[in-house]
Design a protein around this ligand. Structure first.
Ligand code: ZN
Length: 146
């Protein structure tokens, strides 16, 4: 099995069995992000506990990349300290915006490495980032309320 098909399998698996895809009520912040060019839509609820990202739950529709990437993000960033979550997010964004130059470090971005190939396709970059941008937005709204 080559790396590309392995990565496709990771994406398909998250798409079919998305993690944290059930909104937990009473979040500190709720955001809705749309990617109109593709038809992706993500609603994300964030719960913080002190400096800890306690829950990231979401609902959404859209392409396999958007849904799978949001699933990976929610799994990866839940339970992290806020600054750690932000640094993982920045690493993922850097890979996705690298136009195929970066492969990503699995130690840092976990299953996020499966999306590195997406960076070669400008039209899909927003799909891969929608859930991550929703988290970033929810976090800044959440922190503003603290
Ligand atoms: Zn999409």
């Amino acid at each position: 099995m080559n790396l590309d098909s392995l990565y496709q399998e990771v994406i398909l698996d998250h798409y079919k069995n998305p993690l944290n895809k059930k909104l937990i009520p009473n979040p500190i912040a709720q955001v809705t992000h749309l990617n109109t060019s593709c038809g992706d839509e993500i609603v994300l609820n964030l719960h913080l506990n002190g400096d800890l990202v306690e829950h990231i739950t979401w609902e959404g529709i859209g392409c396999s990349i958007s849904q799978a990437s949001t699933s990976v993000m929610s799994d990866l960033l839940t339970g992290k300290q806020i600054n750690e979550a932000m640094s993982i997010l920045e690493s993922f964004v850097e890979v996705i915006q690298s136009k195929g130059k970066l492969n990503g470090d699995e130690e840092i971005i976990g299953d996020g490495v499966a999306f590195a190939g997406v960076s070669k396709f400008p039209a899909r970059v927003k799909c891969a980032l929608i859930g991550w941008m929703a988290f970033k937005d929810a976090l800044s709204q959440g922190l503003a309320k603290k």
